[in-house]
Design a protein around this ligand. Structure first.
Ligand code: ZN
Length: 111
């Protein structure tokens, strides 16, 4: 993956909605959500090597997958097509939120 810069609608760290705050690197801007701004995750993410950022993304995806898998285990199924809509929405929320948590956790350790 590459660092998703210059997209004012999406936080380049966690992919949630950006809130109008950005960090610059040369001509490029990394737009951030409030959480990534307040935790300095965006500033740290912009300062690290692309290769390191990519590894953090891979780690965050694994973390998000594990968290979502634990949720499915708690429901007693791994069949997404069998989930009621509210459980499927909760599954997706866990994936998205856990990805951001994983990114911010890794970036905090990089500071
Ligand atoms: Zn964010």
């Amino acid at each position: 993956m590459t660092r998703p810069l210059d997209n004012p609608g999406s936080c380049f760290v966690c992919r949630r909605s950006a809130s109008g705050f950005g960090v610059h690197r040369g001509e490029q801007v990394g737009w951030m959500c409030l959480t990534c701004r307040d935790t300095r995750s965006g500033v740290i993410a912009m300062s690290i090597l692309t290769q390191t950022f990519d590894q953090y993304e891979r780690d965050a995806l694994i973390y998000a997958g594990n968290e979502a898998g634990e949720y499915l285990d708690s429901l007693g199924t791994t069949d997404l097509s069998a989930l009621p809509p509210e459980n499927y929405q909760r599954f997706l929320e866990i994936v998205v939120n856990s990805f951001g948590e994983g990114m911010r956790h890794s970036l905090k350790d990089a500071a």
